[in-house]
Write a protein that binds this ligand. Structure first.
Ligand SMILES: [Fe+2]
Ligand SMILES: [Fe+2]
Length: 240
């Protein structure tokens, strides 16, 4: 499906939604006829990791968690952090911009206002979730890998792990994408016919795209990052 020899432009054409992934890796548009491998080398991106993420985004049934777990925590976290930035700086403001546009001068301000308010609440919840991971979970995962690679196995690591382990993360990790699905449903079911049908469609499409993107993102956190760190925790504890 996706190979290192194929042109990156062709890979993107297979599924345009993968363009988001390409951008998150810091790859700029305008790659011409260059192959996936060549572009990855130019941008200092691990080609194998890039290909695995592309495949996972393209096909929800292709989820090589074992394969993805062969990459370092540092690499996985770096990608997850970039995805967070993309949500905060681009995806959410884009939807907000269009919702505001719809709200302006609309004769159904009450209904659109309701969706707008729900989305604002959702945004706050999502940002809280992202900063919890950025500030607490990811640094923890990186510190476990550092101790693991450094051959450490000290009493202080035991204390760190027993205070908050990656198993706790799995219990605390909220399902942030289903709430977005609820807003989407409300939007489809209860919005009266509005003049701006195209704008409405654009917002709906972006809700669904963000929802499926968040789904993929959460799967990487729960099925790739967490099990990898849990395994390291186990091995670290045996070294004490
Ligand atoms: Fe996340
Ligand atoms: Fe998350």
């Amino acid at each position: 499906m996706f190979t290192r020899e194929m042109k990156l432009a062709e890979a993107v054409q297979v599924n345009l939604n993968t363009l988001n992934v390409v951008i998150r890796f810091g790859i700029k548009l305008g790659f011409g006829d260059k192959s996936v491998q060549r572009v990855c080398e130019e941008y200092n991106v691990n080609t194998d990791f890039f290909l695995e993420i592309l495949k996972a985004y393209h096909d929800p049934n292709y989820f090589p968690q074992k394969h993805l777990q062969s990459f370092s925590v540092k690499e996985i976290v770096e990608y997850l952090r970039k995805t967070h930035r993309n949500y905060i700086d681009d995806e959410i403001p884009y939807i907000e911009y269009h919702l505001n546009q719809m709200l302006r001068g609309c004769s159904y301000a009450k209904e659109i206002g309701l969706v707008h308010n729900l989305f604002t609440e959702y945004k706050q919840e999502l940002f809280k979730h992202l900063s919890w991971e950025d500030e607490k979970i990811f640094p923890y995962a990186e510190s476990i890998e550092k101790a693991f690679v450094g051959g450490q196995g000290s009493a202080s690591i035991k204390e760190v792990i027993s205070a908050y382990s990656m198993t706790n993360f799995l219990e605390d990790h909220d399902d942030i994408e289903s709430k977005l699905y609820d807003i989407n449903t409300l939007f489809i079911k209860y919005l009266p016919p509005v003049k701006e049908q195209q704008l409405c469609l654009k917002i709906l499409k972006n809700f669904s795209l963000l929802e499926s993107d968040l789904n993929n993102h959460s799967r990487i956190e729960e099925k790739v990052l967490a099990p990898k760190v849990i395994e390291m925790e186990k091995q670290l504890l045996t070294r004490i």
